[in-house]
Design a protein around this ligand. Structure first.
Ligand code: ZN
Length: 509
């Protein structure tokens, strides 16, 4: 093999040496990912404790490589090395950030926190089962105080603690930007939702629930995942209690789903996960198995899953070529239901208490509640004891429903029990990114026409070219800007929702 001068000269460069160390770290990560996947899908119940030991050892080995003297010195050398490609610079940036995070927290505190977090998840799940917030409150207080401490270690001068936390999930979206975003949602969508619920339009959806055999649902799930572009030669679909997507590299991407009596629940969750999966499959070979071989951010990932689930999957045009397949699989339930009625049913707006069951219109209002409360907890030292009531008040104000117990209120999500403060906003940002991409695409291609003809590959290719292939090399805000020619503009999201649901519920604005 002929090696160019440039390449041979760089064979022993600091970057190449770093690359070899990172390869080992990434191999350990891949093993950890595989264990996580296994725990959720196939591992026997009693494996837990024993496997956890293996995972603990692997994750220690990972930390040793990442925070070791060698990597540290090589990173410094790389920062001085000229001629790195964009991908290489991004990898150096990611590794430095990872090192920073691991290094700034004193190991003793980190271990104590890990133990607390493991206990916290258990306490939370028991409290939820007993519908008793009081038993969880002291643990939550501890989690919050650790999270604040860790954020303070990480904070750059003058940076607010909640901004540090937000930065961990979505760079470029600080409180200032999010206040604007959520402010707009509150101002526009809360009154709009009231109009929808008072519109008097009744949408029938009883046929979505019933005896939908799991075997046939599985057939449908595989059909749909493939139909929207998920490549089963490089991916698999399994079952788990909560649907999720994980990947080892761009030739091994794994989706899970669940099959419920409500056919649209598993149907859309599989399209959602396929969206996550397609993103991972489309990442360039050059980037996969490196620190930037994954989606750009939580929000960008969620934008792709929601793009597939809602903007493609809940679009009437999508069902033109597909609905007959559904009728063939479930003749008893759907033979007499028209395609139009089916599409209306899967877009029905029903303000409820549970975020993960929310429809497209109300979803971001669930996130709004969490954003406002997180900000108060972190920035205003809100007393944890006041959470259940504040939660209920906000649900009543924004969604018109009030939880009767904390299990269907403040205890419903695991995120806070795991210390994931700053995570929630990325769910809503994802929907807004997707709407901005949709707006841009509609101006350039006949979106509905393509769906009607079953040519999703044209849409997918646009997403691959502008977003997917770059992995984590560029930040989400930059990708959005490069694709659409505009900075993040949440107005497109509001406009999209108002247009779609205004038509469905016959609302004159
Ligand atoms: Zn998702």
């Amino acid at each position: 093999m002929k090696v160019s001068n440039k390449e041979s000269r760089r064979e022993n460069s600091a970057y190449r040496q770093l690359e070899r160390r990172l390869e080992r770290a990434m191999a350990l990560q891949a093993a950890l990912t595989l264990f996580e996947w296994d725990n959720e899908t196939l591992a026997p119940k009693q494996a837990g404790e024993y496997t956890a030991k293996v995972q603990g050892t692997l994750s220690e080995a990972y930390q040793e490589i990442m925070t070791g003297k060698e990597v540290r010195e090589l990173l410094e050398a790389c920062k001085r090395e000229a001629g790195l490609t964009e991908a290489e610079s991004a990898i150096v940036r990611e590794a430095s950030e990872e090192l920073d995070k691991l290094e700034k927290i004193p190991p003793r505190e980190y271990r104590a926190y890990q133990e607390l977090a493991a206990r916290s998840a258990r306490v939370w799940s028991e409290a939820k089962e007993k519908q008793d917030f009081e038993t969880f409150a002291p643990t939550l207080k501890e989690i919050i105080s650790y999270q604040k401490k860790f954020a303070a270690y990480q904070a750059k001068e003058g940076q607010k603690l909640y901004d540090v936390m937000l930065d961990n999930y979505e760079k470029g979206f600080s409180m200032e930007k999010l206040d604007e975003f959520f402010g707009l949602l509150k101002e526009e969508l809360v009154p709009f939702l009231k109009k929808v619920t008072n519109s008097g339009v009744e949408i029938r959806d009883d046929f979505l629930t019933g005896d939908y055999p799991a075997k046939k649902q599985r057939e449908l799930a595989e059909y749909l995942a493939e139909y929207v572009g998920f490549d089963f030669r490089r991916g698999v679909l399994a079952e788990s209690a909560h649907p999720f997507t994980t990947n080892l590299h761009n030739h091994d991407v794994r989706l899970t789903t669940h099959y419920k009596e409500q056919v649209d629940s598993s149907l859309f969750s599989v399209i959602h996960e396929a969206g996550h999966g397609i993103y991972e499959l489309d990442i360039e070979d050059e980037l996969t198995q490196t620190l930037i071989g994954q989606g750009a951010s939580m929000g960008m990932h969620e934008s792709q899953s929601r793009f597939f689930e809602n903007i493609i999957g809940r679009n009437g045009a999508f069902w033109t070529p597909v609905y007959k397949k559904l009728q063939e699989l479930f003749p008893e339930q759907l033979e007499k239901v028209s395609r139009e009625d089916f599409v209306r049913a899967v877009n029905k707006v029903q303000p409820g208490l549970i975020r993960t069951e929310a429809d497209e219109l109300t979803y971001s209002l669930h996130v709004l509640v969490r954003y406002e409360l997180e900000k108060m907890l972190i920035e205003e030292d809100l007393d944890v004891e006041k959470l259940p009531k504040l939660w209920a008040d906000k649900y009543e104000e924004y969604l018109g429903v009030r939880p009767q117990n904390p299990a269907e209120g403040v205890l419903q999500d695991i995120h806070w029990a795991q210390g994931s403060f700053g995570y929630f906003p990325s769910y809503a940002l994802g929907s807004a990114f997707a709407a901005q991409m949709y707006h841009y695409m509609k101006e350039n291609i006949d979106f509905d026409g393509l769906l009607q003809k079953g040519q999703i590959e044209v849409i997918r290719e646009a997403l691959r070219r502008h977003i997917h292939r770059f992995g984590k090399m560029r930040e989400s805000r930059r990708l959005l800007q490069d694709m659409t020619g505009e900075d993040f503009k949440p107005q497109y999201y509001v406009q999209y929702l108002k247009e779609k649901y205004g038509e469905l519920y016959q609302i004159q604005e």
